[in-house]
Design a protein around this ligand. Structure first.
Ligand SMILES: Nc1ncnc2c1ncn2[C@@H]1O[C@H](COP(=O)(O)OP(=O)(O)O)[C@@H](O)[C@H]1O
Ligand SMILES: [Mg+2]
Length: 254
């Protein structure tokens, strides 16, 4: 299949904190419109990698390119252009508690679009509708459920129609039904808007439902130990660790 040029290119990334190397020799591409999932055990560097993709942390070495723009360059203007192309949904949703959902979502639109208040309001209502929260613009975050908070965070992440959406463990803390609903929403958004998605998760059901391709990071080797279609890896990976991850032994009930 012809995939065209990658929208995200990671070349020989070495990442860490101070003298501690967390990841090394990391190279991969993400193509436009893909749902790309980052896997790996706790503490292996998934969030660290995501922060490098956004440009929040500079690598020890290596080059990251987003939509033709080098993230790793020390250039404030280029950083601003890149960050405009990326919507991020953090684990905590990071909604401001003192503001209504509508005000939360209006924030980035007001800051970046220069639109008049009525247009901003119209976009806010449209985004809330897209995530299934029509009519909730006057609610405070404390008045809605965990799943709804994730949806509201998502509405804010897509407020500026980003080309790329990044999620750090979106289903963490959600029950299976709510989590499945969020997966469906992610698939809908991907299908309808063509948004490229990079998602950190370790929910197997979610991975098999949404992922086009995955990479699996490994704490021991600090590298990528598996890459590709998760359904294929589940059945054909030669690596016992990878195979076990995709085929967990179910605990017996009784
Ligand atoms: N700000 C930081 N300073 C120093 N070490 C960090 C920092 N953030 C994360 N780490 C360390 O980097 C490793 C990878 O962390 P992280 O990327 O959060 O893993 P994951 O998201 O896969 O659970 C861990 O050992 C963690 O303790
Ligand atoms: Mg993490």
């Amino acid at each position: 299949m012809e995939k065209g040029d990658p929208i995200i290119k990671v070349e020989n990334l070495v990442a860490g904190y101070g003298d501690t190397v967390i990841l090394e020799h990391i190279s991969f591409n993400v193509y436009p419109g893909e749902i790309f999932v980052i896997l790996g055990g706790s503490g292996c560097g998934k969030s660290t990698l995501l922060k490098h993709l956004i440009g929040l942390i500079k690598p020890l070495s290596g080059v990251i390119t987003i939509d033709g723009e080098i993230v790793t360059e020390e250039d404030e203007e280029s950083f601003k252009r890149i960050i405009r192309k990326i919507g991020v949904l953090y684990q905590s949703s990071a909604l401001l508690g003192s503001m209504t959902l509508g005000e939360n979502i209006a924030l980035p639109i007001k800051e970046y679009s220069g639109l008049d208040p009525e247009s901003v309001e119209r976009i806010v209502r449209m985004k809330l509708k897209l995530v299934g929260l029509e009519g909730f613009e006057n609610h405070l975050p404390s008045e809605i459920s965990g799943g709804m908070k994730k949806r509201a965070g998502l509405a804010r992440a897509i407020a500026l129609n980003p080309a790329i959406l990044m999620f750090d463990e979106p289903s963490a803390g959600l029950d299976p039904v709510t989590s499945a609903g969020l997966d469906e929403l992610i698939l809908d958004l991907n299908k309808n808007s063509g948004t490229t998605m990079v998602i950190v998760t370790h929910e197997l059901s979610s991975i098999f439902t949404i992922a086009d391709r995955i990479i699996m990071l490994d704490r021991k080797t600090k590298g990528i130990i598996a890459e590709g279609d998760p359904r294929y890896l589940r059945d054909h990976s030669p690596d016992p660790y990878v195979k076990e991850f995709f085929n967990p032994v179910k605990e017996k009930r009784g």
